[in-house]
Write a protein that binds this ligand. Structure first.
Ligand code: THU
Length: 136
């Protein structure tokens, strides 16, 4: 496990705040995420579910898309993911693929509201991803 970097606790705090806005009436599994750019801007998201289930969007993608929609691309250095559980979160495969598109070198900070912490990287979570370069 890598050590927490400078500002990671702040990023976790922002993700934990976002988590409070999760809309998860079906799973009751509330997730918050916050992504930080190299210029130190932070964008957050929470999971938003839907009665049709399949339209649910995870917190990680919500945060990345907020950043991209604000004009940020390919310039992210960390994402924090926070849940309120006994065990640490683990981003789903779809979110890993989205992170690979916009943040291939991102550090991933996993946290629980009770204070557990672990850092990893997208390299470890999704080795050999499908990338835009594969299309050319
Ligand atoms: N979820 C996330 O937001 N992030 C993850 O890393 C895993 C799963 C959400 C999707 C759904 O709303 C709920 O958690 C249960 O799967």
């Amino acid at each position: 496990m890598d050590r927490l970097g400078a500002g990671d606790e702040d990023l976790i705090r922002v993700a934990a705040l976002a988590r409070q806005r999760a809309y998860a009436p079906y799973s009751k599994y509330r997730v918050g995420a916050a992504v930080r750019t190299r210029r130190n801007k932070i964008y957050s998201g929470a999971n938003v579910e839907n009665a049709s289930y399949g339209l649910t969007v995870c917190a990680e993608r919500c945060a990345v898309w907020a950043a991209v929609a604000a004009g940020e691309t390919k310039d992210f250095d960390a994402i924090a993911i926070v849940i309120d559980d006994d065990r640490l979160p683990s981003p789903c495969g779809a979110c890993r693929q989205v992170l690979a598109e916009f943040a291939p070198a991102v550090r991933v900070v996993l946290a629980t509201t009770s204070g557990q912490r672990r850092t990893t990287s997208l390299d470890v979570l999704l080795p050999e991803p499908f990338l835009p370069q594969n299309l050319s």
